[in-house]
Design a protein around this ligand. Structure first.
Ligand SMILES: Cc1ncc(COP(=O)(O)O)c(C=O)c1O
Ligand SMILES: [Zn+2]
Length: 414
């Protein structure tokens, strides 16, 4: 891999060769998260706006030049990435904006953003000749790993908290994973999974701990800039749990900048649920030290008390001049309705939390009407139908007759 220089610890800056360490900086245990370092001078020779314009592979594979993989042919044979970026005309009118775009990552193969990361995890496992992968997840990273592993015939052991929504668990089972439901929180499942991976020698896809996952996540920002004709957005809104997505988005933007593909950088707005706003607090206090909490929010995918990619996430927001914001569960449910009814995009609670953050900042007057804004929807609404029903209420139930219908219509004033 001529384009990859090595891995660098976010805490101490020590650089390692790509084959020298597998997951984290040995000096800091599980907190020594590593970042992939690229040779941009080399990549520039292969990747430009022109080569991309000529590339007709509309999936994350189109960015192989800037991914930490030696053999792109080992990517799962599924349509991962190049999800639609919609200009949200009706929402613009409703919110008083002129340039709002919605990127629907619920359109990935297993219906969440996490497919971008799992794809890279799968390639790394295959490159290393490992045929069992494990992950702990609030649900989406797991179902994504599970589906993508099924597409290439890799065995998976998955750890999820007992409260994971049924649809996500159904995905795991249907894709044939060994599913271990942990009586406890996601944070407890995460630690158990790390121990299991060490004990049984399984390849770990745990968020942040595996340094390659944020590289897959960064493909969303590459797509956003390319889909906007290289007109860089002013702000990108995204929901945050462990912080791996937002850290990955920032990495992608910095890659593009270093390669001369964009000339300025957007602000990243990280949105958390009030019941798991650990990073909001750290950002407000200006520290990189995290105070763990026991999380409690309807947005199960971001219900995280110990964000594993805290440093990358906090730096993404600080360096981009963005901000963190917390929204209530009511705002999340409201965002689900408004986004679905105003744009036809149905997101799960964590999927629409970025949109809730946009509405929150609009109310505070912190977004200018003409700013170019992208909201990332990170998971499909069918992942958690219970929450959708909670957000919307019940249908009318009538007898199968016109008289019953007329009665209802009269009741509705029609
Ligand atoms: C739908 C959805 N949105 C947002 C997130 C948050 O991503 P991260 O934990 O990397 O911050 C997740 C993570 O599971 C997710 O599944
Ligand atoms: Zn270190």
């Amino acid at each position: 891999m001529k384009h990859v220089l090595g891995l660098k610890c976010v805490l101490c800056g020590t650089e390692y060769g790509i084959d020298e360490v597998e997951y984290v900086c040995p000096k800091h245990g599980n907190e020594g998260i590593l970042d992939v370092v690229y040779d941009y001078a080399y990549i520039r020779k292969h990747m430009s706006r022109i080569t991309l314009a000529r590339n007709h592979d509309y999936s994350i594979r189109r960015y192989a030049d800037v991914l930490p993989i030696a053999r792109p042919g080992l990517l799962p044979p599924l349509q991962i990435g190049w999800t639609p970026l919609y200009y949200a005309e009706r929402l613009c009118r409703q919110l008083g904006l002129t340039n709002l775009y919605i990127k629907d990552d619920g359109r990935n193969p297993t219906a969440s953003f996490k497919d971008r990361a799992s794809a890279i995890g799968i390639v790394k496992a295959r490159e290393k000749g490992r045929n069992i992968i494990t992950a702990a997840s609030t649900g989406n990273a797991a179902s994504s790993l599970s589906g993508l592993a099924a597409s290439v015939g890799i065995t998976t052991y998955i750890f999820v908290p007992e409260r994971a929504p049924q649809a996500k668990v159904a995905q795991l089972l249907v894709f044939g994973s060994h599913v271990v439901m942990v009586r406890g929180t996601y944070d407890q499942a995460f630690d158990l999974c790390l121990e299991a991976s060490a004990a049984y020698g399984w390849y770990s896809r745990n968020t942040a701990y595996n340094p390659y996952l944020s590289e897959g996540k960064k493909t969303a920002s590459l797509e956003i800039c390319e889909q906007l004709g290289w007109n860089v957005p002013d702000k990108i809104f995204v929901s945050v749990g462990d912080g791996c997505i937002i850290g990955g988005l920032w990495k992608g933007l910095r890659d593009l900048h270093a390669l001369g593909l964009i000339d300025r950088l957007p602000q990243l707005i990280g949105v958390q649920a009030e019941g798991s706003a650990v990073l909001v607090k750290a950002w407000q206090e200006g520290t990189e030290t995290i105070t763990p909490i026991v999380p409690n929010t309807i947005a199960d995918s971001i219900s995280v008390g110990i964000p594993r990619d805290a440093i990358k996430a906090l730096r993404a927001v600080r360096e981009s001049g963005g901000q963190f914001v917390a929204v209530s569960d009511e705002e999340i449910l409201d965002a689900m309705r408004v986004l679905a009814r105003g744009a036809g995009v149905f997101g799960e609670p964590a999927g629409v939390t970025g949109f809730a953050g946009l509405r929150h900042l609009l109310q505070q007057g912190k977004v200018k009407p003409d700013e170019r804004i992208v909201v990332l929807v990170t998971g499909n609404g069918l992942k958690d139908v219970q929450s959708a029903i909670q957000a919307t209420g019940k249908p009318y139930i009538i007898e199968p007759s016109m008289s019953a219908l007329r009665e209802l219509m009269a009741h509705l004033g029609q």
